[in-house]
Design a binder for this molecule. Structure first.
Ligand SMILES: *[C@@H]1O[C@H](CO)[C@@H](O)[C@H](O)[C@H]1NC(C)=O
Ligand SMILES: *[C@@H]1O[C@H](CO)[C@@H](O)[C@H](O)[C@H]1NC(C)=O
Ligand SMILES: *[C@@H]1O[C@H](CO)[C@@H](O)[C@H](O)[C@H]1NC(C)=O
Ligand SMILES: *[C@@H]1O[C@H](CO)[C@@H](O)[C@H](O)[C@H]1NC(C)=O
Ligand SMILES: *[C@@H]1O[C@H](CO)[C@@H](O)[C@H](O)[C@H]1NC(C)=O
Ligand SMILES: *[C@@H]1O[C@H](CO)[C@@H](O)[C@H](O)[C@H]1NC(C)=O
Ligand SMILES: *[C@@H]1O[C@H](CO)[C@@H](O)[C@H](O)[C@H]1NC(C)=O
Ligand SMILES: *[C@@H]1O[C@H](CO)[C@@H](O)[C@H](O)[C@H]1NC(C)=O
Ligand SMILES: *[C@@H]1O[C@H](CO)[C@@H](O)[C@H](O)[C@H]1NC(C)=O
Ligand SMILES: *[C@@H]1O[C@H](CO)[C@@H](O)[C@H](O)[C@H]1NC(C)=O
Ligand SMILES: [Zn+2]
Ligand SMILES: [Zn+2]
Length: 562
């Protein structure tokens, strides 16, 4: 194995850290490192690594060399390098032992599809849709004023850092700073803020509890809670299974203590696992299986749900539940469909049978006249593996009349995605509501969202009627002040929308294209009022494009956004 190959292999190890640098705001393209690894180099490495694994080369040698390169090329600080390689080695060796893919196809999935044979939808796997024909699509009927509504709080991406430290170094040259181990700031640099910091720092516990206290004080403003994933901080190079489970428990106790009467419905985040992003499908047995985490999910999530959700939680971290008559919540584990989950290099055929199950659940919901809210950590466009995405879109298309919204997180930004009809690309069919994070990582204010939903009466549509976003501006806070939680904006009023159906969101994209001040307002809300520099020209075009391409693979969707 040559040195260049090894160094790139180390780069491959860093998908998670680099993936997380999407939070370094718009100047940074999270996937840019992938352009630096050519297909040829990738194929050589994967081939050589696979051979080495096959010949049972001592993993100690591989690890030592990887450490050397990681440090030598300053990919990460030495301390982080050593730890992250240790964290990921078992998964990498496990995947390489099991995969039957050629190096070309591994690189196509990890780097760029042009590395392998082009994706062919005719030969990929398909779930089976029910033979019941799709009912005719009716235009949505806006509920009459005065009908009852319920309110749902969405919390997402807490990334609570129990080791956050006031005045520690916030420019530590590691993926996460402001921590007990980071020491004092360099001369001339400001240390970590008391209530948080816009740099590479996660949510300070005191700010988290300030948010929980505020939520307790407004608990009459919501009936239940959707939590769409990511509890632990971004110190992903140093998170054991025990650490991850402990953080889930901390969050659970906070919910039970501050909001004891509010049912909580969870979705699995990529950061809940150890190592980050890696969710072993059921074909992985033994020590690398995912049972350790699914067991904890089952235990914690069923504090608020019936026990009959346990089978699918234990199988793959997903479930279906009806909290109120006529409403069904389906929580999908999108980690079983992302390119960052390397187990899918072994076999990406409907991991854990989740999408077939989703299609079956939706058919049953249709039979029972239920409406559905889909909870899923990743906004659909970033859910990755092509056949998984295609099957997901096919399902959404078939059941567009009962899916009233997708509740997403992961991005940390506040935005939305519009799905369009598979055949008629101008007809909006579904909306992804992407709420902003609890964490400040990076250059964000902490926040949360409360939706108003048509519901809890017989025959209600369970449609999303409006939502309010809340933030605390941390920029001016000191040890002597406290965060002030305020309403930031309301979707209908601030975007001047008549209703919040898919066609209204699609119209908003075009209104923002034509009305720059409206777009600038959206862009300010995107970062929850933290300054991120102006977004003009190509920045604006790609921002609008990202709202239209929840359905990946259709570049035509953005042609009219110039
Ligand atoms: C990729 O290569 C370019 C040019 O060599 C360099 O400027 C950039 O920092 C590299 N990006 C990453 C993520 O390695
Ligand atoms: C893959 O590579 C092609 C050719 O270099 C490039 O045009 C395309 O944008 C890349 N795709 C992704 C998803 O990076
Ligand atoms: C897939 O099948 C369709 C219909 O048979 C055909 O027109 C198309 O060329 C095929 N696509 C590929 C990539 O083979
Ligand atoms: C999967 O479905 C697509 C259309 O949705 C079809 O073109 C393709 O032939 C199917 N593939 C298989 C393997 O059945
Ligand atoms: C934190 O830093 C500020 C400003 O440098 C200083 O006034 C304060 O005493 C420090 N507090 C602690 C607890 O280190
Ligand atoms: C990992 O975390 C432990 C406990 O928090 C700490 O003692 C150790 O120094 C950390 N190691 C690295 C490499 O950051
Ligand atoms: C199983 O894996 C975990 C995490 O990598 C490790 O801490 C533990 O020692 C392993 N147990 C066995 C029996 O190999
Ligand atoms: C991949 O998984 C699917 C579904 O579990 C299974 O039917 C198929 O045989 C597997 N493929 C391989 C190559 O193991
Ligand atoms: C496509 O959808 C648009 C918007 O709903 C509609 O106006 C148009 O008639 C549709 N086109 C076809 C061919 O169905
Ligand atoms: C929903 O309606 C049912 C039946 O009228 C009632 O028992 C329940 O308290 C309501 N729940 C909420 C959250 O409004
Ligand atoms: Zn996150
Ligand atoms: Zn995430």
């Amino acid at each position: 194995m040559n040195f260049q190959a090894l160094s790139t292999c180390v780069v491959l190890l860093f998908t998670c850290i680099h993936g997380n640098k999407e939070h370094l705001r718009r100047a940074y393209d999270p996937d840019s490192w992938k352009n630096n690894v050519s297909c040829d180099v990738c194929k050589i490495i994967v081939g050589q690594l696979a051979t080495a694994v096959e010949q049972q080369a001592p993993s100690k040698t591989l690890i030592e060399l990887s450490n050397f390169f990681c440090t030598h090329f300053k990919i990460e600080d030495a301390r982080v390098c050593k730890a992250i390689i240790n964290q990921y080695k078992d998964t990498i060796f496990g995947v390489l032992q099991m995969t039957v893919l050629s190096p070309d196809d591994v690189c196509a999935q990890v780097i760029n599809e042009t590395c392998g044979s082009p994706f062919n939808p005719n030969t990929t796997w398909n779930i089976t849709l029910s033979s019941v024909p799709k009912p005719p699509v009716m235009p949505p009927a806006i509920p009459k004023p005065g009908l009852p509504t319920i309110r749902i709080l969405q919390l997402t991406d807490m990334h609570l850092d129990l080791e956050y430290k006031y005045n520690s170094s916030a420019d530590c040259h590691e993926p996460l700073c402001c921590r007990v181990n980071d020491g004092p700031p360099e001369a001339g640099h400001k240390g970590a803020g008391y209530w948080g910091d816009y740099r590479h720092c996660d949510l300070a516990p005191r700010t988290f509890y300030s948010m929980m206290e505020y939520l307790e004080s407004i608990k009459n403003k919501f009936d239940m809670i959707y939590f769409t994933g990511d509890i632990p901080a971004h110190n992903i190079w140093n998170q054991t299974r025990v650490d991850q489970l402990a953080r889930i428990r901390v969050f659970q106790s906070a919910l039970e203590r501050y909001l004891p009467d509010k049912p909580v419905y969870f979705a699995a985040g990529n950061h809940e696992s150890s190592p980050c992003n890696i969710y072993a499908p059921p074909f992985v047995t033994g020590n690398l299986s995912q049972d350790w985490l699914y067991g904890a999910f089952a235990e914690v999530w069923t504090k608020w749900m019936p026990m009959d959700t346990i089978d699918t939680i234990l199988r793959g971290g997903f479930y279906s539940v009806s909290p109120l008559p006529g409403l069904r919540i389906i929580s999908i584990n999108s980690n079983l469909g992302t390119t960052d989950n390397w187990w899918l290099l072994v076999n990406n055929t409907d991991p854990a049978g989740q999408l077939q199950w989703l299609a079956d659940e939706l058919q049953e919901a249709e039979n029972n006249n239920e409406k559905v809210h889909i909870l899923m950590h990743h906004p659909t466009a970033s859910a990755g593996v092509k056949p998984w995405n295609l099957n997901f879109f096919k399902i959404v298309n078939r059941y567009e009349s009962i899916i009233q919204g997708h509740f997403n997180g992961h991005s940390h930004d506040d935005f939305f995605t519009v799905f369009y009809d598979e055949v008629n690309f101008t007809r909006p069919i579904s909306t992804g509501f992407v709420a902003g994070s609890g964490t400040t990582y990076s250059n964000l204010n902490p926040g949360f969202r409360i939706y108003t939903i048509d519901g809890n009466y017989t025959g209600s549509s369970w449609a999303i009627l409006d939502f309010d976003n809340y933030v605390a501006d941390i920029s001016e806070l000191t040890a002597k002040t406290t965060p002030v939680w305020v309403k930031e904006y309301s979707a209908k009023a601030d975007y001047n929308m008549g209703s919040l159906y898919p066609s209204d969101w699609s119209d908003l994209i075009y209104r923002m294209r034509d009305d720059d001040s409206l777009f600038q307002k959206f862009d300010k809300y995107r970062y929850k009022l933290a300054a991120n520099g102006p977004c003009k020209g190509s920045c604006k075009t790609s921002s609008l494009c990202s709202l239209k391409t929840a359905q990946t693979g259709h570049p035509d969707l953005c042609k009219d956004l110039q």
